[in-house]
Design a protein. Structure first.
Length: 127
């Protein structure tokens, strides 16, 4: 009788330990996924929304649409790729040889195309 009770206790303890390990793994996986989706710093999101509102009117509706838009862009484009595209946009405005390198580079064009595709998807979903 004592052996059977000991066996049930061992099985229950093993099941509880397994459930705890599974829960810990699930929580860390979800946290990693949330971090990868939310890898844009607040300042970058704010800058995007301010620029978007300037282009689309400074209304409450524009705020909602622009906030949606940056969330869509962030879900489709990793932050480092977004920074690359923003840098290309900024540097392409520089006159002369330096700006020309940003206007004609294959990498620059690829980064810009990725950003434009993400923004087009955001336009469809949010506006």
């Amino acid at each position: 009788m004592a052996a059977a009770r000991w066996m049930r206790l061992s099985v229950c303890a093993g099941a509880a330990l397994g459930a705890a390990i599974l829960a810990t793994t699930l929580v860390s996986t979800l946290a990693a996924r949330a971090d990868s989706v939310n890898d844009y710093p607040t300042s970058a999101r704010s800058e995007y929304v301010f620029g978007c509102m300037k282009a689309n009117g400074e209304t409450r509706q524009a705020l909602d649409q622009c906030s949606c838009s940056v969330d869509v862009v962030a879900s489709l484009l990793p932050y480092d790729r977004y920074v690359t595209a923003e840098t290309v946009l900024s540097m392409a405005q520089v006159q002369g040889n330096l700006g020309g390198q940003f206007r004609s580079s294959e990498q620059a064009n690829s980064a810009l195309n990725d950003l434009r595709r993400a923004q087009a998807e955001a336009e469809v979903r949010c506006f």
